[in-house]
Write a protein that binds this ligand. Sequence first.
Ligand code: RFL
Length: 395
Amino acid sequence: MTHTCVGIVGAGPAGLVLAHLLKEQGVESVVLERQTRSYVEKRVRAGLLEHGTVALLEQHGLAERLRARGQVHRGVELRFAGRRHRIPYGELYGGRHMVVYAQQDLVADLIRLWVERGGEIQFAAEDVSLHGFDRERPEIRYTRAGREQRLTCDFVAGCDGYHGVSRGSIPTGALRVYDHRLPFAWVGVLAQVAPSTEEIIYAHHPRGFAGHMLRSQTVSRFYLQTEPDDPIESWPDARIWEELQGRLAVDDGWRLREGPVLEKNVTDMRSFVVEPMQFGRLFLAGDAAHIVPPTGAKGLNLAVADARVLAEALLGRVRASDSRGLDAYSATCLRRVWRVQEFSSWMSWLIHRIPDATPDAELRRRMQRAQLEYLCASPAAGASFAENYVGLENL
Ligand code: RFL
């Protein structure tokens, strides 16, 4: 049986950032991850980092590779009615920028630095279960290479994502669950092709939303709106390119490059939050506590924001016996979580094709068009979009 101060379940962005921030101040933790190292270092997910996320990583010496390889962005393109409109969010929000850097590369950097700095991490930790976190000394049990292991700790950080064990370990009735499924889904496509744009494109089209996201000079990410529960088999590669060409088309001669599809899947969209994000000595962070629709590219950034709040709260408790940060942990995180939920939902309803089954669908489509035009024409509307998209800092 071993003991550590903070047992961290999950080596995603939330768990790894938390581990680093604690270690920098001398607080020990052990990270337990269900998957293998090579699996988590290759898992393709998010790619857009907010200004505040990058600043935090830089401040703690975690951003060297990200700075060298990430691409700095200061604007986004909206397309509708065959025309393009740029929103210069950098100018509109005090010169702040965003960075495109793949989540799996960030996770690989954080793991490499964690190991180099002497941190402890157990990959392939199976059957993780949490015990006694309503008492003084929680215990985490897991199996590794066929042998049962026990780790006692002072606090448990549940950073194990939406499908992890932490949230489900909390007694039913102790959490209030908010769960809403949006009537949109995305076909996500990773293709071996150079980008056809320098900035991210969100296209609103009568056939549905299309997005051209960026990854690298040789790989691009695309999204196409589809119906929830649509099987990926109904999206052969030829149909993907035809829909992307049609939905992204503009009238100024711009062309979309095509290339081999490397990966494709259908993701549904939900707004999910549990309150509070803590029970006894167990604290939930990141996707374990909330999921946002992917439209605003916020999930990863929210996970890092939770980790920062939790690290500060734990440091206050462990180093100065000050529990105020931990007592306020959930309320502090939820302020940002709900702001981001609202923005992600608003943006989802702004850029998707409103389904025919929506009450007053035609009326809503006309109001949606008015909103898009307002956003592109008004600096005040642009500034409001910019501060939410780049990430509000005073929350
Ligand atoms: P993660 O990244 O899911 O990490 C959780 C880790 O916990 C491990 N785990 C366990 N470990 C031990 N025992 C268990 N029982 C465990 N169960 C799970 C997992 O293997 C994993 O390593 O959560 P975290 O740290 O909270 O980070 C959240 C972000 O990963 C997430 O919000 C984003 O990736 C969401 N998301 C996107 N966000 C964006 O901002 N922009 C995007 O473009 C974007 N695309 C995506 C996404 C999420 C996707 N998923 C989850 C289906 C695309 C996809 C496909």
